[in-house]
Design a protein around this ligand. Structure first.
Ligand code: HAS
Length: 550
């Protein structure tokens, strides 16, 4: 008998979510290939032909993976999760989301064009006084405005659910999507401000200089919540999907919501921890933001606690004994569990590295070294990406009306191992090289002068080896994606959504009081930024004319 394909959410919503996934996985291919090329170039194993530059390839790598792959995957995942748990979108909402999707896609094409033309080799942080072609900034603006459209759809659907179900607790995945997009909308105001008020007029020649510190401060006001924008969807899966996959229940709905609220409150007013070595910012305000950074660690510790509790409870249900008896009881052969779980394990050293970065004195040792690159390859490229891959194994077939076969499951397990091994080698070498002073964002380390640059050789070689293994991992992932999207057998793949455990208590209504939480978020931002920002503007040195890269 020929099996019918059954999509786990409304067909039109599934198509919308899948459109995001196609862009995300094309981005994975382009971005990861650029990653391989730049690591080979950096280690001296490859000379780029035809005048292609190291910074050009590094910009492709950072922008396409850090901004394009993540944003498209996250929006696709959240739209699908909301449609599944809160119900389908209206045709008006869907139309609005499609407008956002096309704005983002057109923006990506424009931005990518100028990077590929070598007219925007400014890396993903596009620090002034480097000046890219105006098209680079205009393209990025379109990506951000497009994402706002989709964010408003998520808010609207959540509000509609509340109206349709008065007094009831909202679906957890929809609630988490709202917080993620709230954080995103508030944070992107910073990058939108610097791009629209500073970069675009400057690159078009309307102004002849730029205030570098203002632009960097506005960028990092956005840049730290950006990394939580990557993390929160992974937390959505850890809290609300993994328990179902292991056959358990959510440890506590209120704890999950509270940790998301805390991430919203504390993820934005902390941008100075990326600028600890920069002159022009009063040390008192750097200190305040370091304290706030330590507060944003708390919801991640709550998440670790909640995950251990979920695993232990399920382990005991299955007859496991003691604190770690659960280890023997987990479904290790199920890639939907294995990939995100390995992501969680990597988040322990990744998070510890973050705490080191945030500690002012230790930051002086690691800042601008390749240690930081090692840090974000553990957090973003391992914990988050392995979780996204773990989601893709069930989400893609459940959107296309296909099934994850035992064969693809096995390839997924191989992919998880390959990715972990590659990243352990590459990120480990980056951390070590950073500790002995290896610079980041640089193909040429000789400028260190008296430092023993020859000592960097083995570490750069290890990075090239790790990067090549990761490239193989990327190819395996793409093969699995294509299979799940187009060739896997038709059928019905479960969209796993966990329910809360019986003993987890009621969820306080205050957690859904948006006016309160948005108010506290704004108050914290104003507290952390108003005085230092006025100070930065009042005491600004003359603006920089910058240097044109096009
Ligand atoms: Fe970071 C730089 C501080 C988390 C990404 N970070 C970066 C950059 C990126 C990035 C991209 O304070 C570079 C930006 C650039 O280009 O310049 N980071 C932190 C802190 C945290 C943190 C305090 N970062 C992340 C996450 C990222 C990310 C998450 C991406 C997704 N980071 C910094 C600082 C800098 C920085 C400075 C600037 C450095 C400089 O000088 O330039 C915290 O949020 C980390 C908290 C995490 C934990 C871990 C909790 C563990 C869990 C797993 C439980 C595991 C289980 C399984 C249950 C406390 C939840 C157990 C199983 C067993 C068998 C044991």
């Amino acid at each position: 008998m020929i099996k019918k394909s059954i999509r786990s959410i409304h067909t039109q919503d599934a198509k919308l979510a899948m459109a995001h996934m196609y862009v995300a996985f094309i981005a994975l291919f382009i971005g990861a290939s650029a990653g391989l090329i730049q690591t080979l170039e950096r280690s001296g194993k490859l000379k780029l032909p035809a005048g292609i530059g190291y910074y050009q390839i590094l910009t492709v790598h950072g922008v396409i993976l850090g901004l394009v792959l993540t944003t498209f995957f996250i929006l696709g995942f959240m739209l699908a999760s909301q449609s599944k748990t809160a119900g389908k979108y209206t045709s008006g909402e869907r139309k609005f989301a499609w407008i956002g999707f096309w704005m983002m896609t057109i923006g990506v094409v424009i931005t990518a064009t100028f990077i590929l033309l070598n007219e925007a080799s400014v890396l993903y942080t596009f620090y002034a006084p480097m000046m890219a072609h105006p098209g680079f900034y205009i393209g990025l603006t379109l990506v951000i405005v497009g994402s706002w459209f989709e964010g408003f759809v998520i808010f609207k659907r959540h509000a509609r659910w509340r109206k349709e179900n008065p007094g009831e607790r909202t679906p957890l995945l929809s609630y988490m999507s709202v917080i993620t997009m709230l954080m995103w909308q508030i944070a992107t105001l910073g990058v939108a401000a610097t791009v629209l008020i500073q970069f675009i007029p400057w690159s078009l020649g309307f102004t002849d200089s730029i205030d570098v510190l203002v632009s960097r401060t506005l960028f990092w006001y956005f840049g730290h919540p950006l990394v939580y924008f990557w993390l929160l969807p992974a937390y959505m899966a850890w809290y609300a999907i993994i328990p179902k996959i292991i056959g358990g229940k959510i440890f506590s709905d209120s704890l999950a919501r509270l940790s998301f609220i805390l991430l919203l409150l504390f993820s934005i007013p902390v941008g100075f921890h990326h600028q600890l070595t920069e002159p022009g910012i009063d040390p008192f305000w750097k200190y305040i933001q370091v304290v706030l950074t330590f507060l944003v660690v708390i919801p991640s510790l709550m998440t670790a606690f909640s995950l251990f509790a979920t695993f232990e409870a399920r382990g005991r249900e299955l007859g496991g004994k003691g604190l770690f008896g659960w280890i023997k009881k987990m479904p290790w052969k199920d890639v939907r569990f294995l990939a995100p779980f390995i992501g969680m394990v990597w988040f322990i050293p990744g998070g510890a590295g973050g705490i080191i970065n945030a500690s002012n004195q230790m930051n002086q040792v690691v800042h601008n070294t390749i240690w930081v690159t090692g840090h974000f390859h553990l957090t973003a490229a391992t914990s988050v990406m392995l979780t996204f891959f773990g989601i893709a194994y069930w989400l893609i077939p459940s959107l296309t009306g296909r099934t994850l076969t035992a064969r693809m499951n096995k390839w997924g397990i191989i992919q998880t191992i390959v990715w972990s091994v590659g990243m352990a080698i590459m990120s480990g070498a980056m951390h070590w090289q950073g500790l002995i002073g290896g610079p980041r964002r640089s193909a040429y380390s000789e400028y260190l002068g008296n430092a023993d640059t020859a000592a960097f050789g083995p570490y750069q070689l290890a990075q090239a080896v790790g990067g090549s293994i990761l490239f193989i991992g990327m190819i395996i992932m793409l093969v699995i994606f294509v299979n799940l999207a187009f060739f896997a057998p038709k059928g019905e793949q479960e969209f796993p959504v966990a329910v809360e455990g019986e003993t987890s208590g009621t969820t306080p209504a205050v957690l859904e009081n948006w006016k309160l939480w948005i108010g506290v978020t704004c108050a914290l931002i104003l507290f952390a930024y108003t005085i230092p920002f006025i100070d930065i503007i009042q005491n600004a040195p003359p603006g920089s004319p910058g240097f044109k890269l096009w």
